[in-house]
Design a protein around this ligand. Structure first.
Ligand SMILES: Cc1cc2nc3c(=O)[nH]c(=O)nc-3n(C[C@H](O)[C@H](O)[C@H](O)COP(=O)(O)OP(=O)(O)OC[C@H]3O[C@@H](n4cnc5c(N)ncnc54)[C@H](O)[C@@H]3O)c2cc1C
Length: 483
C-alpha cells in the first residue's frame, strides 16, 4: 500500500540512535537540520499520491495493487528506461538533488534476487525465499531503504581478515540458532537516518579466510546496537540563515558512519552468511544497478547546471559569444552523454536467465559512470566561467531585502536584462550554493559515490569483450586474412 508523507515521517520517530555534531538527536524529523533530509525523503511519498506525478512514481502490480514504481522489478529494457526516467525526473523535482530512499534499496534487492538464486543452487540455502519475503514486505509497507555497503576498511591494501583491528570490515561475530550477531562499521550510508530498513551487503570479494565478512542482511535503523553518526550538513545549516537558498532549505540528503555493535539479525533477515565465493558477485551486481541509477540522477544534475549556465549567459549578455557558447555546449554534453549511456545500458540490458530480471548493460553503465566521475568538476568550471566572480562575491539576500541597499544592488547588479536583476541574482546565488555550502559534498560525491573512479575502471577492464577489437587489429595488421 502506498504511504503518504505524513505516515512516512511518523515511521522515522522510532528512537533510532543518531548523533549530530556531538548531540544525540531525539527525533530526526523535528531536528532543524536532519529534518531537511527527512523532509526531502518524504517528497517521494507526497508526490506518489499527487495526480500530477502519480503515473511517474506509482504503478499497478498484479499481486500488490498500486505500488511505488521504484519497486517494479525490471524485466525488459523498457522497464529500465522507465526506471531511468523515474530517477531523472524525481531528481529534477528535487531541484537537482537525488532522492535515494527507494532507488538504492531496490538496486540492492534486484542484485540480491540474482545472487541468492545462484548461492542457493550451490549450497541448498534458502536465501532467495528470504530476499523475496523481504521484497514483499518492502512493497506492501512501502518502506524507505538505505544500503550500507562501504566498510570503513582500515588499511586499504589488506584483506578483511588481514586487518590489525578485525572490525574494519563488518563481520559475523557469533552464529546462534535464531540468527547472527554482527559487529563493524559502514561508512557514508546515505539517508540511513531517513530509512525504515538498512540493507547491508559486502563491499568486496572475499577469500576463504574472510568468510565471516561475507555477510548480507536487512535490519531496521532502531535495532539495538546500531549507532549512526551524521556528517555536518553545511548546506542546510547555511540555508537556515538565508531563505533564498531553496535547495539547502528543502533538498538535502544525509550520510552517516553506521556502527554495528554486536547487532542481532534473525535468520529470516540474513541473505548471505559465510558463502565467501559469492561476496564478490554481490559486491559487483549491486553497483551495476546503482551506477545505472547514478547516471540518471547525475544527468538531472547536469540539466540543472545547463539551465543555470544558459540563463546566466543570457542575463550577462554573453550567450552568443564563442567562449561562453563552448561552456554551454560542454554542460549540454555532460548531461546528454549520461542520458545516452542510460539509454544504451537499457537497450543492451542483459537478461538473467534464471530469474528473468534485466540487468543494465555493464559497459554502458560504467562508461557513463566513469564519464560522470571524471567530468563533474569540469562542468563546475564551465558553469563558474559563465557566471563570473559574482558566484563568490554576491551580497547576502538580506542585503537585497534591506530598503537601504536594495535599489543600489538592483542598479549595480543588473546585466543585459535590467528589469530582471533579481532573477539574475537568484541564479548566481544558486551557483554559489552549489560551489560553496554544497561544494564539499558534491565534489566528493561526484568522484566517489556509487564507487570510485578506479571501481569503474576495474569493472570495465575486466568485463569488456575485446574479441571484435582484437580481430580487427589482427586483420588490419595483416596477421589474419579475414575479419
Ligand atoms: C556522498 C557519498 C554518498 C555515499 N553513499 C553511500 C551509501 O549510501 N552506501 C554505501 O555503501 N556507500 C556510499 N558511499 C561510499 C562510496 O561508494 C565510497 O566513497 C567509494 O566506494 C570509495 O570508498 P572510500 O570512500 O572508502 O574511499 P577509499 O576506498 O579510501 O578510496 C580512496 C582512494 O584510494 C584508492 N584505493 C582504495 N583502496 C585501494 C587499493 N587497495 N589499491 C589501490 N587504490 C585503492 C581508491 O581508488 C581511491 O582513489 C558514498 C560516498 C559518498 C562520497
Amino acid at each position: 500500500m502506498l504511504r503518504n508523507n505524513i505516515e512516512f515521517e511518523e515511521s522515522l520517530q522510532d528512537a533510532r540512535k543518531v548523533f549530530y555534531e556531538g548531540s544525540l538527536v531525539e527525533d530526526v524529523t523535528q531536528h532543524p537540520i536532519l529534518g531537511v533530509a527527512a523532509k526531502h525523503a518524504s517528497y517521494l511519498f507526497k508526490w506518489q499520491n499527487e495526480r500530477e506525478y502519480s503515473d511517474l512514481l506509482a504503478c499497478d502490480d498484479v499481486t500488490h495493487g498500486r505500488i511505488s514504481s521504484f519497486y517494479k522489478i525490471p524485466r525488459t529494457p523498457e522497464d529500465l528506461k522507465k526506471r531511468f526516467e523515474l530517477i531523472y525526473q524525481t531528481t529534477r523535482l528535487g531541484r537537482g538533488m537525488f532522492n535515494i530512499v527507494k532507488a538504492i534499496g531496490s538496486d540492492a534487492i534486484f542484485a540480491l534476487m540474482l545472487v541468492s538464486r545462484i548461492v542457493d543452487a550451490e549450497y541448498g540455502t534458502e536465501y532467495r525465499k528470504r530476499v523475496n519475503d523481504f521484497y514483499e514486505a518492502v512493497v506492501d509497507r512501502d518502506l524507505a531503504l538505505a544500503v550500507a555497503q562501504t566498510d570503513v576498511k582500515g588499511n586499504r591494501i589488506k584483506r578483511p581478515s588481514e586487518q590489525v583491528d578485525k572490525d574494519m570490515y563488518l563481520r559475523i561475530v557469533e552464529r546462534r540458532d535464531d540468527g547472527i550477531i554482527v559487529s563493524g562499521a559502514k561508512a557514508h550510508t546515505t539517508q540511513s537516518i531517513a530509512s525504515n530498513e538498512i540493507i547491508v551487503i559486502p563491499t568486496r570479494s572475499m577469500s576463504e579466510a574472510d568468510k565471516d565478512y561475507a555477510v548480507a542482511f536487512a535490519i531496521p535503523p532502531n535495532t539495538k546496537g546500531l549507532t549512526m553518526i551524521s556528517r555536518p550538513m553545511k548546506a542546510s545549516e547555511n540555508a537556515r540563515n538565508d531563505p533564498s537558498l531553496v535547495i539547502g532549505n528543502n533538498n538535502a540528503e544525509n550520510e552517516t558512519l553506521t556502527i554495528f555493535d554486536e547487532v542481532f539479525v534473525p535468520w529470516n533477515r540474513v541473505f548471505l552468511a559465510g558463502e565467501w565465493k559469492y561476496a564478490g558477485l554481490l559486491a559487483s551486481m549491486f553497483p551495476t544497478y546503482h551506477r545505472f541509477t547514478a547516471i540518471a540522477y547525475r544527468a538531472a544534475m547536469g540539466d540543472l547546471y545547463l539551465g543555470l549556465g544558459k540563463l546566466i549567459a543570457e542575463h550577462n549578455g554573453t550567450s552568443e559569444t564563442s567562449n561562453i557558447r563552448r561552456n554551454v555546449v560542454k554542460l549540454m554534453t555532460y548531461k546528454e552523454t549520461l542520458r545516452l549511456a542510460g539509454n544504451g545500458a537499457a537497450d543492451f540490458a542483459e537478461k538473467d536467465g534464471g530469474s528473468d530480471i534485466c540487468v543494465p548493460n555493464r559497459v554502458y553503465t560504467n562508461v557513463g559512470k566513469l564519464f560522470a566521475n571524471e567530468n563533474y568538476l569540469d562542468s563546475v568550471k564551465n558553469l563558474v566561467d559563465i557566471a563570473g566572480g559574482l558566484a563568490s562575491t554576491l551580497p547576502h539576500s538580506n542585503d537585497l531585502n534591506n530598503p537601504a541597499e536594495r535599489p543600489l544592488l538592483l542598479k549595480y547588479l543588473s546585466g543585459a536584462m535590467p528589469g530582471k536583476t533579481e532573477e539574475r541574482i537568484r541564479l548566481i546565488s544558486t551557483v554559489r550554493e552549489i560551489i560553496s555550502s554544497y561544494g564539499a559534498l558534491f565534489t566528493s560525491a561526484m568522484i566517489h559515490a556509487e564507487g570510485s573512479i578506479e571501481a569503474s575502471i576495474i569493472e570495465l577492464y575486466r568485463s569488456y569483450d575485446y574479441g571484435e577489437s582484437k580481430k580487427l587489429a589482427l586483420f588490419s595488421s595483416g596477421v589474419n586474412d579475414t575479419l
